[in-house]
Write a new protein. Structure first.
Length: 191
C-alpha cells in the first residue's frame, strides 16, 4: 500500500472532502470521499441543484482553459455528482495545493452573516469559509447562509448561469454548492 503524506494532500482533500485531517494513507487507485452529516433544507437544496445545473451549462459553453490545473478544476466541477470517481494524477497534487484559497481567520466565523455579505461576490473565499467551518460550535445555519449567498448572486443568461461573468468564479461556486449539498464527486488517485 502506497502512503501519501498529508502535507501534499491537505488542500486537495479540502477540495474534495472539505475537512482537514492529520494523516491519510491511500492505496493506489483507491477512491475516497468524506461527507458531513448536516444538510440543507429541501427548498434550498433544490435551488442549489438548479444553480449548479445552470452553472455547468454556462461553463461548458465557455472555451476550455489552456493550463492543466485550470482544466482539471473545470473538469472536476463539470463531473457528475453521482460519478464513481474523478481520477487525478499524483503530479497534480502540489499544483492543486497552490490553487486552494487561503484559510479564513477564525474571527470571520464570529459573525458569519456579515462575513458572507462582505465576500458574497468571491466564490473562492466562500469555498474557504465552508471548508474551514469550526467543528466545535459552528455558526448556526452556516450552510444556508453560504448557499443562499451564492444562489442569490448567480447571473442567469440564455447559456445558463455564472458568477461575475468569470469561469474561475463559476467553477468555485459549483464546488462550494456541491460541498454544501454533500455531493462532491469522489477522487481517485491514478498512477
Amino acid at each position: 500500500m502506497a502512503s501519501i503524506n498529508l502535507s501534499h494532500l491537505r488542500y486537495l482533500l479540502a477540495l474534495i472532502a472539505f475537512v482537514t485531517l492529520s494523516t491519510l494513507g491511500v492505496a493506489e487507485a483507491q477512491s475516497f470521499q468524506l461527507q458531513t452529516e448536516a444538510s440543507l433544507t429541501l427548498s434550498i437544496s433544490q435551488e442549489a441543484d438548479e444553480a449548479i445545473d445552470r452553472a455547468q451549462r454556462w461553463l461548458t459553453a465557455q472555451p476550455a482553459p489552456a493550463q492543466r490545473i485550470d482544466k482539471l478544476l473545470r473538469d472536476y466541477a463539470l463531473a457528475p455528482a453521482d460519478a464513481p470517481a474523478f481520477r487525478i494524477a499524483r503530479c497534480d497534487i502540489t499544483p492543486l495545493e497552490y490553487t486552494m484559497p487561503a484559510p479564513e481567520a477564525i474571527e470571520a466565523y464570529t459573525n458569519l452573516t456579515a462575513t458572507v455579505e462582505q465576500c458574497r461576490s468571491n466564490p473562492k473565499r466562500l469555498f474557504a469559509l465552508q471548508r474551514d467551518i469550526p467543528t466545535e460550535n459552528p455558526p448556526s445555519n452556516w450552510r444556508e447562509t453560504i448557499a443562499l449567498a451564492l444562489i442569490n448572486t448567480q447571473k442567469v443568461t440564455p447559456l445558463g448561469g455564472h458568477w461575475n461573468d468569470s469561469t474561475e468564479d463559476t467553477l468555485w461556486a459549483i464546488l462550494v454548492l456541491r460541498a454544501l449539498l454533500n455531493e462532491s464527486t469522489p477522487v481517485q488517485l491514478a498512477e
